[in-house]
Design a protein around this ligand. Sequence first.
Ligand code: ZN
Ligand code: ZN
Length: 285
Amino acid sequence: MTIEITLLGTGSPIPDPNRAGPSTLIRAGGQALLVDCGRGVLQRLAAAGASANTLAALLLTHLHSDHIADLGDLLITRWVTTFTPDPAPLPIIGPPGTADVVAAMLRAFGHDIGYRIAHHDDLTAPPPVDVQEHTAGQVWDRDGVRITVAPTDHRPVTPTIGFRIEHTDASGTASVVMAGDTVPCDSLDELAAGADALVHTVIRSDLIAALPQQRIRDICDYHSSVAQAGATARRAGVGTLVLTHYVPAIAPGQEEQWRALAAAEFDGPIELGDDLHRVDVVARG
Ligand SMILES: [Zn+2]
Ligand SMILES: [Zn+2]
């Protein structure tokens, strides 16, 4: 049993020529799960050999714009590139508020949806979705893949959630936890306990705190620093720590500096990199 993690977008709200917005692809047991859908997600999905019309589900950690920027593109593109009759709805699992956002997105594309239904005989209904709002508990159990949700702490953004994705077969269970944007908290520690990998968004609070704009410095309030993500990984006893959502973007040649900040707290393997960086997670047994 393995779980493949592909960092589709490692960027942040600040546009970067080389980094798409926050988004991660998880492949487990033949299921492709998309976690968040930031700017440029469909291009990165294509580069990873995946596509909107083959996703098993979309998981949303929270409703900040950088994490849902290309939700509309995802919904419309899946719809127009699915050629089977009566396509199954896309499961969308997110915190309370998700149904509102999805409905508003479909409204925003209402003219487009109308044009296409009028033009194509085999498109007779808007994009089908199955939105499920959760803050805790098991939310998915399909063909050896289980997903559990727990609250995170990204206040004043609330509610926000993390996901634990587990893949079980005859040889054991591999597990990956997606923390999303959060400060350290007990519920994330519990969700991540013993996981084979923890994917954590991070900011360089040492760099951000020195910037002149208070609005930029504010982001330190509700994100984990690189060291804090390392400390969470240590407390939870995870196998591998995967860092993403780099604020500011990692400057060329600075990767080891970032890694060292996490390594001061966590002595396991630490993965970071550019968009499309892939980590194959195997159960530690
Ligand atoms: Zn956020
Ligand atoms: Zn974010």
